[in-house]
Every structure is written in C-alpha cells, then in structure tokens.
Design a protein. Structure first.
Length: 527
C-alpha cells in the first residue's frame, strides 16, 4: 500500500510539474507577446513623433518660405518706389558727358595674323630617305648592288617629296597673299568708314556751332539718349531748335500711370498659408505719379543745360511732357500735355536740384502743370512742339497784293498791320484795324463771323520786332483784354517771346502768342 501511494504521489507531482511548466511557458509567451506589443506601441509612438516633427518642420519651412516671399515682394515694391522718387536725384552725380570728340571713332582693326601660313612648308631632309650603308660581309654577297638600288629608290622618293613640298609652299604663299590682300581691303574699308564718320561728325560740329537746327536737334537727341530710366519708361522723345531765341524744345512721352506699383505691401498669413496684397492708397499713387512727371521735366532740362557744347547755342529749354489719352471734351484719343515748362540757362543754373522739391520748383519756374496728371487732366503747353518745328527757306508773304518783299521786318507799320488783318480775314474772321493815335496798344480787333449771337471779340497786337518781345507787352495785352472784356487777345510778332511770357500766356486761357516762325508759316499755308 505504501508503494501504490508513493507511485500515485509521484504521478501527481509529475502532472503538477507539467502544469507548472506549461503555465510558466504560457506566462513566458504572454510576457513575450506583451513585450512585442509594447515595443510595437513604442515604435509607433516614435514614428508618430517623427511624423509630427516632420510635419512641424515642413510647416515651419513653408511658413518661412511664404514670409520670405512676402518680404522679397515688399522689398521689390519699395525699391521701385525709391527708383521713382529719385529719378532726378539719381542722375545728378553723373551729368551727361557728350562732345563731338566723343562722337568720333578710331579705327580698331586687329593686326594681321597669318597663323600657320606665316611658316614656310619645311624642306624634306635627305637623311630621312637615305638607306643605311651596307655592312662589310653584305658587300660580298651582292649587297652593294642592292644598296645602289635602294639609294636610287630613296632618291626618287626624296625628289617626289621635294616637288610636293614646292607645290605646297606655292599654295601657302598664294593663300597668304590672298588673305593679306583681303585683310588690307577690310582695313582700308574700316579706315574709310571711320574717316567718313569723323568727317560727318566734323560737319555736324560746324553746323552745330552755326546753330543749324538739324545739327542742334541731332546732337541733343544723342544727349537725351544717354539718359537711363527705370523699366517701363518710354524712350520716345523729339527735339526742336529755334535759332533766333536760342531755344530748345523737348517733347517727351511720359510713362503711363501704371508705372507706379499699385500694391504697397505683401503679408504672409500663416493660418491660410497665403500672401495677401495690401493696395497702395489712391492718393499715394497719384502723388507718386505726379512727382515722376515733375522730376522728368527738370531732369531733361538739366541734361540739356549740363552739356558744355550747348552753352553758346542753347539759352532756353522748353519741356513738354505728353501722354496718350482721351480728350474729355471731344472723346477723341490724342496726345495730352501734363506739364510744360520753360526756363533760361541763367534761371536754371540758380537751382540747387538735389535740395529742392520738384513741384515747388516748377511753380517757381511758372510752369504749366496738370493739377491731376494721374487722371490725365491736360494743360495748354507753353509752346506747341509742331510750331517749334517749322522750317523755312526764306520768309514769304503769301497774301498777294500787300507786299511782295520776302522780309517782313522791312514792311512799314501800315502794311504790316494790314498784313495781319488779311491773315485773320483768311482765317474766316472780320477784322478792323484801329487808328494809330487811339489804339491804346491794340492794332486790330477781330470778330468771329460764325458766332452771330455772341460776336466774340479778339484783340490783336502786332509787334514788328527783330528781338525778343518784352514780357510787359504780353502782360499789357492781358490787361487790355480784361479791361475791355474781350473774348481773347492775340499777340503777333515777327520775333519771339521769352520763357516768362510763354508761361504767362499758357496760364492765361484768353491769351495767344503767334511768333515769327508761325507767322511765316500761316501765310504760306494759305497761299
């Protein structure tokens, strides 16, 4: 009984042991599974943290890139504004440098380079063809005869090489002569071109000194062509020169209003990841455009006055700034004047351009300036460019029967005043010449025939002068127009009026000046 009990006990122990081992194995498996799960969770958390960091880094990089782009766009807009605000000041440190000597050229033809043709074809050497002499024993077995034959063959080959070399050398020499002749022809053509150009410049300089309008205009077109403006500015301009008043008239096409950046600021919005545009206030845009117009006028005048060659030729510069626009009165597209200013050399030289305010300066010069240039509100120019461009071979009187002499200055006062009368009559007006003792400075009165109701009255003052008409005469005419309540006043002269008078007449919409050039042109038009 004791043995049975012992066997059973042993069996039970073994069973318990197996259960324990199985339980331990299960626990180990569970523990391994939990560890795997923990490891997986940790790896996932690490991956999530890495993804979040990457996303944060990418988001940060995108924000930095957006902020940098906005900053760059803002800097570009600010730089553009700075360009526009310093159009005048930026040019002052480097006045235009142009002289007739600078317009001349020098021949810059490179030396003749024959290259490999400079070297003769090398002569063949007999040593390279001559067979080696036979050895001592070779002569005993017929080697001498073979050596003689080898020498003959070598000599023939050498002579063929010499003949080929002579042929090649002749070809080289011929090609060298041809290339040298072509070079000499090219050099001679270049030298002739330079001589012709320099002769043309010399003739231009002589004509310039003689105040030939074409020469003066060509020179100052070159001067204005040296000027560099920001992108978007036109390089379209014309120049006219009038010798009698030593006056240079510039007509310059101004840039359109869109030359001013419409966006003032750029801001990056993080929440949306977008760049917002902050529009420049309309008032700021208009003020900036106005200063561009003002600066261009002063800068162009300064450039023409600053050239040393023009000191004895140009005493007055007129600047007309124009744009393409719509005439509000007619609805037609035409060239509108936004600024017109005239100044003498003496007046302009008294300006300190790097210290002044352009708008105030133009007011000081009595310029005619648009009050709203951005809105294309036009003004009447001091002088119309087309009138400044009139060219005449000689003065003519196209109104037959008055006087056939070509010089208006030689007419007596009576005939001259009647010429003016017939001129305005040819324009469709009714004209009455005043009595010399009671004219109060008025030589004739014109009435518009077409205006039956209002009978517009125009006072005409004729000045048969050979020099500039005094400014007081123009102001006196304005006073007469005001005193007599006339519709308008026209001053007609065989000479010209000064910058102050032009500006005064341009500001007074009831005054008109017809100078010598236009006076001669009008009869010729109607002959």
């Amino acid at each position: 009984m004791a043995r049975k009990s012992s066997a059973w006990t042993q069996l039970q122990r073994q069973r318990e042991q197996r259960v324990k081992v199985s339980a331990a194995r299960e626990r180990a498996n569970q523990q391994a599974i939990r560890q795997i799960l923990r490891d997986r969770e940790q790896a996932q958390r690490r991956a999530d943290r890495a993804d979040a960091a990457d996303r944060r880094r990418e988001q940060q990089e995108a924000q930095e890139a957006g902020a940098a782009a906005a900053k760059a766009m803002r800097a570009e807009a600010d730089a553009r504004v700075a360009e526009l605000e310093t159009i005048l000041a930026s040019a002052l440190p480097a006045p235009p440098q142009l002289s007739f000597a600078m317009l001349k050229r020098s021949a810059s033809v490179p030396s003749f380079d024959p290259g490999s043709l400079a070297h003769p074809v090398p002569l063949p050497r007999w040593e390279d063809f001559e067979p080696p002499p036979p050895g001592g024993l070779v002569t005993l077995v017929g080697g001498r005869a073979r050596h003689v034959r080898a020498q003959e063959a070598a000599r023939a080959a050498f002579e063929r090489e010499v003949a080929a070399r002579e042929e090649a050398e002749a070809a080289r020499a011929l090609r060298l002569r041809r290339e040298r002749a072509a070079y000499d022809q090219m050099a001679a053509a270049a030298a002739a071109e330079v001589r012709d150009h320099n002769a043309e410049v010399g003739e231009l300089e002589r004509s310039f000194a003689a105040r030939d309008p074409d020469a003066v205009e060509r020179f100052f077109e070159e001067v204005l062509g040296l000027s560099e403006y920001p992108d978007g500015f036109s390089r379209d301009y014309q120049v006219a020169y009038r010798p009698e008043p030593s006056e240079l008239v510039i007509q310059y096409r101004l840039p359109a209003g869109d030359v001013v950046p419409q966006i003032r600021d750029f801001r990056y919005i993080k929440t949306r990841g977008e760049i917002d545009e902050i529009t420049r206030p309309a008032r700021e845009v208009k003020e900036l455009y106005a200063t561009v117009v003002h600066q261009m006028a002063l800068r162009s005048m300064w450039e023409c006055f600053a050239v040393p060659a023009g000191r004895d030729v140009v005493d007055t510069v007129v600047f007309n700034g124009i744009v393409e626009g719509t005439n509000r009165a007619t609805g037609h597209a035409e060239e509108l004047h936004l600024v017109s200013v005239s100044a003498s050399r003496t007046t302009f030289s008294g300006l300190v351009l790097d210290q002044l305010d352009p708008a105030e300066c133009l007011r000081h010069l009595k310029a005619v300036v648009s009050p709203h240039p951005y809105d294309l509100v036009a003004v009447e120019p001091v002088i119309e460019f087309e009138k400044a461009k009139y060219r005449f071979a000689e003065p003519v009187d196209a109104l037959a029967g008055i006087d056939s002499r070509p010089d208006l200055l030689k007419m007596d006062w009576y005939r001259f005043e009647n010429l003016i009368r017939q001129l305005f009559e040819a324009m469709g007006m009714e004209v009455r010449v005043t009595q010399s003792s009671r004219d109060e400075g008025i030589d004739a009165v014109a009435y518009n025939k077409a205006d039956i109701v209002h009978r517009a009255e125009i006072l005409i003052q004729a000045k048969r002068y050979s020099k500039c008409v005094p400014a007081n005469d123009v102001r006196a005419l304005a006073g007469s127009v005001e005193e007599k309540r006339a519709t308008a006043g026209i001053l007609v002269t065989t000479a010209w009026v000064g910058p102050e008078s032009k500006a005064f007449a341009a500001r007074n919409n009831r005054l008109r000046v017809i100078e010598g050039g236009e006076l001669k042109h009008r009869p010729a038009e109607r002959s």
